[in-house]
Structure formats: C-alpha cells, structure tokens
Design a protein around this ligand. Structure first.
Ligand code: ZN
Ligand code: ZN
Ligand code: ZN
Ligand code: ZN
Ligand code: ZN
Ligand code: ZN
Length: 187
C-alpha cells in the first residue's frame, strides 16, 4: 500500500516534470521570431496601388463625346454646310457662258447685237460652280462626316488622370500584410 502511494507520487512528479519541459519547449523552443520573408524584415512592402511610384493614373470615359467623336458644330452633324461662294443661293453672278463675258452675240461675229443669252449684260446668274447649284457644300470642318474628333480626349473616348496615392500617403510603401508591419513572424 505504502509502496503504491510512493510509486504514484513518483509518477505524478515525473509527469509534472515532463509537462513543465513541454511548456518550456513551447514557450522558448518552438516559438521563435523569424524574419518576415515578404518584407525582408523591414515591415514595409511596396504599395500595390501606385507600385511605389507614389502616383497612379486612373482613366475616365470622356463625357464630351461618344467614342472619341463629337457632333460637328459647324454643320450640326449634317455633314453639309452652306456654300460660302453663293451664300447658299445655289446661283452666283458669273461671266455669261454663251458670250464668255463679252456681252456680244458671237453668232453674228459680234455685230448682230447683244448676246441673246445675257442680253448684253455679260454677267448672268448661273449655277454656282462651287456647289453646282445645291447651295451646300461638304462641311470642311468634318469633311462631310458630321462628326469631329473630340478635343477633350483627342479621339480616345477616355482620358487618364494622375493622382497622388493616398493609400500609402505618397510613401510608395505600406505595412507588410504578412507580419502586420512588425518585420518578424512568431513561429
Ligand atoms: Zn513582413
Ligand atoms: Zn501608393
Ligand atoms: Zn452673254
Ligand atoms: Zn454655291
Ligand atoms: Zn461638319
Ligand atoms: Zn472625348
């Protein structure tokens, strides 16, 4: 009986020692600080918003145009503009096409009287040679397309803007996400 109690006491003491050793191993042996490999122990990593540049660009869709093109103001998108030679009349005073501007009737060698076509006026309203009597010509601004390249985005349909990076406070670096900025990890 006494022997058994002694054995039990020994056993309990031995177990306590083993448990203590395990604890010591856990606290001092197993858990150790290891340099963080993600940040090279610096605790900082390159900001992934600006890539370390401290500035980043963001692009915006241009709201002044559709895909880089705008309606031509000059012709309101019609592609046709008022002829600037006849002012849209379609006719202009030009040398008479029959007498060539002389006013004389060449059928009779010039001695038969005034030109039968212009009545001797030498000039006659004739279909405008520039617009062929249409009164309209192709819009020079847009080349007849009715659209012009957007002057805001230069035809890109979008534009980019540079921003100061406020994710990293313009440092180019942020706290390491693996070690939370400590530079080491406890293993
Ligand atoms: Zn780290
Ligand atoms: Zn940044
Ligand atoms: Zn004539
Ligand atoms: Zn004309
Ligand atoms: Zn136009
Ligand atoms: Zn635009």
């Amino acid at each position: 009986m006494n022997l058994n109690i002694k054995l039990m006491k020994d056993l309990i003491r031995n177990i306590s020692i083993i448990i203590s050793i395990i604890f010591i191993l856990i606290i001092y042996g197993c858990s150790k600080k290891v340099n963080c490999d993600k940040c090279d122990a610096s605790g900082k990593i390159t900001c992934n918003i600006c890539g370390g540049d401290k500035r980043y660009t963001s692009s915006f869709t241009c709201n002044h145009c559709r895909n880089g093109y705008r309606t031509c103001n000059e012709c309101s998108g019609e592609g046709q503009a008022k002829c600037n030679y006849c002012y849209g009349d379609g006719y202009s005073m030009q040398p008479c096409s029959v007498c060539g501007g002389s006013g004389l009737d060449y059928n009779t060698g010039g001695y038969g009287g005034p030109c039968h076509f212009c009545g001797g006026a030498a000039m006659k309203n004739q279909p405008c040679h520039k617009c062929n009597g249409d009164g309209k010509i192709e819009c020079e601004e847009c080349g007849g397309d009715g659209t012009v390249v957007c002057s805001y985005c230069f035809g890109d349909g979008s534009y980019t803007r540079e921003n100061n990076c406020n994710i990293c406070d313009e440092n180019g670096k942020v706290s390491c996400i693996k070690c939370l900025g400590k530079g080491y990890i406890i293993e």
